[in-house]
Design a protein. Sequence first.
Length: 471
Amino acid sequence: MALRPWVPADMVGVTGLEIVDATKSVTTADGTFVSGSIVTGITAQRPSGGTATSIVSFRDDYRPVIGAVNGKQTIFFDTATRQLDIPTKTNLPNGTGDKFWFECVKVAETRTDDRYTWGYGGSNGSAVSYKLRQGGVPYCDIGSVGYSVGSTSVAATGISIISEYYTATDTTSRARYNGNSAWTSYVRSRNSATSNTAHFGNWPLYGNGSSHHLLRRVWGYGTPTSDDWARLEGWASWDSGDNGASLVAGHPYATAAPTIDDGAGGGTTVTGTASMAGTGTMAATGVTMASASAAMMGTGAIAASGATIAAGTAALSGAGALAAMGGSLVSRAVALAGTSTFAASSMAVASRIVSFAGSSALAVISRRTASATAAMSGTSTFAAKPPAPPVDPAEEATIGMQLVPVDGKRTDWPRLVANAVNALIKEYRVRVTNPFMQLDTAPFQPTEGQTYYDTTLHQVRVWNGTTWVAL
């Protein structure tokens, strides 16, 4: 298991993903990136490959400049007329299918009227655009109509994140602000009719852009999962230096950036279920697994493998872990450890050491253990392996422990071992039932802390270093 930062390319079930990152692929008029450098364009990132969308300056006197928020580079649209364009709107998600939009900006001015941060126009609801101003509730335009996104006003501090998706089957757009758990919905069909260029900043038709810093912008086809929406919002906040401060209270990434397990662990999974790790899940690391699935680590984990685990160490560990393998465990060590751990293997364990260790550990092997050492250790550890030589019924261990010789010598040794273990078990049971030494008088020359049960006084007594005290 190897965790790394989550990025939008990790989203599932989406296509045509494009990301505008104000710190990447930006061009300026003089090639510098100091505050105030004039921006002539930026190219979107397209993780899946293909031609990425280019966003270029509308005209020389409308160009935005390089800015900064939280120590991170931004593209600063510092007046109402600053603007960048996408010459052909078909580079953005359009048509009747499912689609989504996302933006992360810092609004830099207080106004009484709403101003655009970006959008593209069209007929019959094909447009999308956002209006943001400090002190006002975020607003989303759909064609000639629109709706407020939530009820929280844009603050003078922090950043603004708008998440929106459109589902074609119910012609419904849903949007939320800064990761709020509730989505605002608006029903209106969006088709492929296009009439206007897509704009970043100023909307020339109305001439009212918002003074703001562009941090991140994302769009694509499909419907992101709830988990991916939360991760996308967390990514934008932490990647832009906001570090979760502007996300709503209780957001899953308000206190830590999203991460993902890239599956790197030294093992190779060949055909079957992918490796996973965590509590109550599945993990497979450091071994080669051919076919089926294998769960090998975690609390309350269950493992079932119908194939061969061929090399290295197969470790099944954790509290209450259960492992069942119908194939061969071929080489090296097979370690079954932990509290109340159980293992069942229907085939041969062929070589090296087979060790069963832990408290109340039980191991059952129905075939022969062929070589090396069979080690059983721990508290109340038992092993059963039929068949075994006859044992005197009077001396047979009540737990049914039976051992067979490995090297063919001293064929009567299982009976001797069974008798010895049986005696230990009987003593153990007595101690469990009566944990204190039973005497009718106090011990002579006791040591501090010594305890016994007085059969005359019918009480447990302990020596405190000076006198006997009843417990």
